[in-house]
Write a protein that binds this ligand. Sequence first.
Ligand code: KG4
Ligand code: ZN
Length: 361
Amino acid sequence: MKILGIETSCDETAAALVEDGRKIVSNVVASSSQIHAQTGGIVPENAARKQVEYITPVIKEAIFETIDKKQKKSSHHKNGFFLSLLNSNIDAIAVTYGPGLIGSLLVGVEAAKTISYITCKPLIPVNHLVAHIYANWLFDGQKSIEEPQFPALCLVVSGGHTDLVIMKKHNNIKWVGGTRDDAAGEAFDKTARLLGLPYPGGPAIAKTADNYLKNQRGKLDLFPRPMIDRKNFDWSFSGLKTAVFNYTKENGIKDTKRLAAEIQEAIVEVLVEKSIRAIKKYQPVSFLMSGGVAANKRLREKMHSRISKEKLQTKLFIPSPKYCTDNAAVIASAAYFNNAPIPWQKITAKPNLEITDAYTK
Ligand code: KG4
Ligand code: ZN
């Protein structure tokens, strides 16, 4: 079964084709992050305007892979979007309907509804946060990768959300913990801005911190680790922003590399600590990381080393960085495993969806 996934919840415009929920046939992502770098963060209207521009060419490129070779050569297919759609052998369409920016979500949702209407193919609405988890099922190329087994404890760390959930099986998600205020990605983005680093802040801090960590073995404990001793699985990241603000106000920004390493360490340490404690409590078969922040090298390394150091039986899954950040392959995968088509007339964008909203019984 081939599903066309469409994703436009934030500043990416993405379309992908995925076969049987796992094998990536095509994966196209157009980002407008350069525009947001100029404004130091996302201006929602700017993001949506770019998505209106990108959506058709991005979907066209994604479906082009499925059209047979002879037809590909015809100029109709080079130019005709609807003809390509009608000739593509997709079985269903999947689209992010929330959470996200309303203007951005609408671009993808309306495009998907139109495609469902003209192709008469089913349309599956997908919760973006649940979809992030499915990065752990995806593979490209010929060789399959190991499939995560249930029950799975899942950490979703993105720009807008930080959630820890238990997945007993597909379509069954229970909330275990999450952030009380800012998301982990938001903490990276906001503190990066305070240091004068570009948007998106996560990769910028990671790169800057890397330069420091290469030569430095000392302790990194300048900033607080809120809630680390509390016996729950919650986080709080808004205090970090204040701590960095106060520190730079008092001391200036003399050593950006060290400060970046300190910020990264403060975020990574609390994420790892609570995740390890949750693994010990729930003893899941698999631990699945996902979301943009899961692309962070330090976080990936620390999770690996703690799991092996403590000899935990849980198998750790971390997707390749390109499937951690926003893409449409995860949307198509989630749709396959939770297959619940809805008549296109009934689908609306829901900007405030929670991770448990879509599939919890
Ligand atoms: O999942 P995602 O692409 O979009 C949302 O659903 O929010 O996550 C974006 C977030 C941003 O906050 C970005 O700074 C962060 O992920 N991020 C990273 C890294 N790559 C992206 N944070 C830390 N280290 C990275 N390498
Ligand atoms: Zn995301």
